[in-house]
Design a protein around this ligand. Structure first.
Ligand code: AMP
Ligand code: MG
Length: 500
């Protein structure tokens, strides 16, 4: 027993400053459901920095009592646990959170409202044939990759904690079960809009759109047509996000409408992976047999998903259907231009160009083509190019990455000529390039090794070490230089699997 914040004596409670809004929406938006208890929870990791940003007490969260909350054995005071309803890809009219439970929302230290959700915490009315659980492998993968994305500076959901449940889950084999506590600026997806559209529930659609405008795009409310402004802003956010994925070699792997966040954050790290050698056709996901979600297809699939969003929003865009379709098409028409602009601006930064010239996209495209033809490692090429920006002494390290180093030499001569028209000196260019071209990404073979150590030996030290290295992706870390290296041929991982 201890004294609570209001001076009463009672069981120790961990204060979550919940301020829930989604649970105030009508009943058909979600199902109320508590997490399922587990037998022997054990903390794998608590993200202390993130806890502090969320105004949670990391010391108390890592005590046995905090663990009870993070595994779903108890719900914190003022939590209103719900599973959210949404539809999905290929127009499945109902998916919903089948293994995730939203505990509630808190306003963080920056004044931003964040969802706190348990993933893998037991079945919900949306589980269909699933068990509502998660295996430790996908939980560690999501923890590592989402935190790496955050450190790389991309919009993403975050990982607050990972716990073992002490129970096993049956996948291809029996595996240790785990729960991830995920933090997002919201869990509203394109598929959430589809859920109401397919039911022709225009009132629900309008409530959802108003909710999203209020929470994520308040400026849209000032517009003559707020729903058109909402669509424009979601399109802009996604175009920018997908361009940024391409800049770091990220492949989401399952870019369905239910896995596309309305807030423009990367969400649902299932079979995602980073590319090693540059090949625009790279696919990892085992379910992606036709390359639908290949690296280079991501911009196109983004537009496909946004087109589904525009369709869902039609009844709100205009009463007259023809006018609504015209509005939707106009909004969608802006996507490619926005994506191209963001993509090329990022490539210029990666090449150390501050000014803009018409020939820059060709220069960047020719480097990428040479990299593809010569199986050059994507991340290392740009990282080492940052040092070569200071002077040609560093060229050797870059050219060695190409099967035929002459391909680099020919391109580098053109690059240097282009750099001679830039205002920056070599040293500042090198620093600017190193700040956008990471040394460390969550390479797939490293992620797999971490998972293997956890599953086979109950050893989480490799997870901790990789997580630490990835927290400073733009810094040289001489003691961990091996983490920057691509896999040896025998270490290569060609396939990744959904977390189900
Ligand atoms: P995903 O491909 O991971 O985005 O999941 C697609 C849908 O399946 C979502 O509605 C998930 O909530 C649901 N789902 C995935 N895994 C499970 C599971 N083990 N149990 C219940 N539902 C699941
Ligand atoms: Mg999903």
């Amino acid at each position: 027993m201890s004294r609570g914040p209001d001076g009463e004596t009672g069981p120790m409670t961990i204060h979550f400053p919940f301020d829930n809004t989604y649970a105030r929406l009508p009943k058909r938006f979600f199902a109320r459901i508590a997490p399922t208890s587990v037998t022997a929870p054990r903390l794998i990791r608590l993200n202390r920095d993130l806890a502090l940003r969320l105004r949670l007490d990391p010391d108390r969260l890592s005590c046995p009592e905090g663990l009870e909350l993070l595994c779903g054995n108890r719900v914190p005071n003022a939590a209103e646990p719900i599973a959210m309803a949404y539809a999905g890809h290929q127009f499945v009219p109902q998916l919903g959170d089948g293994r995730a439970i939203l505990l509630g929302e808190v306003v963080d230290r920056d004044g931003i409202r964040r969802d706190i959700q348990l993933k893998g915490s037991g079945p919900t009315p949306f589980s269909r044939r699933g068990d509502g659980r998660a295996a430790v492998g996908p939980v560690l993968r999501e923890y590592l990759v989402s935190e790496a994305m955050a450190a790389l500076g991309l919009p993403t959901t975050r990982a607050l904690a990972a716990v073992l449940t002490g129970e096993t889950v049956l996948r291809e084999m029996m595996l240790p079960g785990a729960v991830l506590t995920r933090v997002a600026s919201s869990h509203v997806r394109v598929g959430t809009f589809q859920f109401f559209a397919v039911r022709q529930d225009v009132e629900g659609l309008r409530l959802l759109a108003d909710y999203v405008i209020g929470r994520h795009y308040p400026q849209a409310a000032e517009s003559d047509n707020p729903y058109r402004a909402l669509l424009d802003q979601v399109i802009a956010a996604q175009a920018d996000l997908i361009a940024r994925w391409l800049h770091i070699g990220f492949i989401h792997g399952v870019m369905n409408t239910d896995n596309m966040s309305i807030a423009g954050e990367t969400i649902d790290y299932g079979p995602c992976a980073f590319m090693d050698a540059y090949d625009p056709a790279t696919v990892f996901s085992s379910i992606d047999q036709h390359g639908r979600y290949a690296y280079c297809n991501q911009p196109r699939i983004g537009l496909w998903n946004l087109t589904r969003l525009a369709e869902a929003l039609l009844p709100l865009l205009f009463e007259d259907e023809e006018k609504a379709v015209a509005e939707a098409n106009e909004a969608l028409g802006a996507y490619s231009g926005k994506f191209e602009a963001a993509y090329h601006a990022g490539l210029r930064r990666k090449l150390g160009l501050l000014t803009k010239r018409e020939e820059d996209p060709t220069l960047a495209g020719d480097l990428l083509r040479a990299m593809a033809e010569n199986q050059a490692d994507f991340t290392l090429t740009f990282r080492r190019l940052s040092d070569a920006a200071a002077g040609p002494e560093a060229d050797e390290a870059v050219r060695n990455l190409f099967i035929n180093p002459l391909a680099y030499d020919a391109w580098a001569a053109r690059w240097r000529e282009r750099l001679s028209h830039e205002p920056q000196d070599g040293a500042s260019r090198q620093a600017a390039m190193r700040a956008v071209n990471p040394a460390y990404i969550p390479r797939n073979h490293r992620v797999e090794a971490v998972i293997q150590a956890a599953v086979e030996r109950d050893d989480f030290a490799p997870f901790e070490e990789l997580l630490m290295v990835l927290s400073q992706p733009y810094e040289d870390q001489p003691a961990f230089a091996h983490y920057a290296e691509p896999p040896e041929p025998h270490e290569r991982v060609h396939r990744t699997f959904c977390g189900t």
